[in-house]
Design a protein around this ligand. Structure first.
Ligand code: HEC
Length: 179
């Protein structure tokens, strides 16, 4: 399944080597994290200090063909064991920042995708995860239990396919940094 819609689909994305993607990410990072911070959400302020579990940005077909990274807070450090991680404890937060690179070389920030694990029973239909999407200007596109909850259901619906590993998909093997 590919997600469509103006906020999500990236037309004509570039093919980049890991080195080239890393360099562009380095150039964009301050602008990306500065924009997300305007949301006022603590995860946006904190994630740049969390551990990153991918070795280089990779293109994610399921997140609008943008280039993405995956960070996890200390509570979620089992994320680095990938499919062997087991259920994440409450307070776990996974952050996926994203950017777009077009074939014409233009690059710009994409949305910040967040999964936050609540207490048992917080949200039985989403495996107790809250999904939030922050736009590059810091506005909140939606969150599964708040703003635009209806428009965010597709996040949880797709991630439910990974219910066997606590709704987490992890990244392609080639980009995994061990933990
Ligand atoms: C069509 C399926 C699909 C949809 C829709 C989707 N995701 Fe994902 N998500 C994935 C896959 C597959 C991965 C792992 C590979 C990757 O990064 O592409 C992933 C990874 C993630 C991760 C890193 C944690 C993990 O699973 O390893 C976060 C955070 C995340 N998605 C948040 C979101 C949010 C927020 C939305 C909605 C705005 C969303 N996703 C919509 C399939 C989806």
């Amino acid at each position: 399944m590919e997600v469509g819609g103006g906020h999500f689909a990236a037309p004509d994305p570039a093919e980049l080597t890991p080195e080239a993607a890393t360099a562009i990410y380095g150039d964009l990072f301050d602008e990306m994290s500065g924009g997300y911070r305007l949301s006022g959400r603590s995860f946006a302020r904190n994630y740049p200090r969390w551990r990153r579990y991918n070795t280089a940005p990779y293109r994610s077909a399921t997140h609008g063909a943008r280039f993405v990274n995956n960070y996890a807070n200390a509570t979620a450090d089992a994320y680095g064991r990938f499919e062997a991680a087991g259920p994440m404890p409450p307070g776990s937060v996974i952050a996926k920042d994203t950017f777009y690179v077009g074939k014409d070389g233009a690059s710009f920030p994409g949305a910040l995708m967040i999964m936050e694990k609540g207490e048992a029973g917080f949200s039985p239909t989403t495996g107790d995860w809250r999904y939030t999407m922050i736009m590059p200007d810091g506005s909140v596109f939606g969150e599964t239990d708040g703003i635009n909850a209806e428009g965010m259901r597709f996040c949880a619906d797709c991630h439910a396919a990974a219910a066997a590993h606590d709704h987490l998909f992890f990244m392609p093997e080639a980009f995994r940094a061990g933990g």
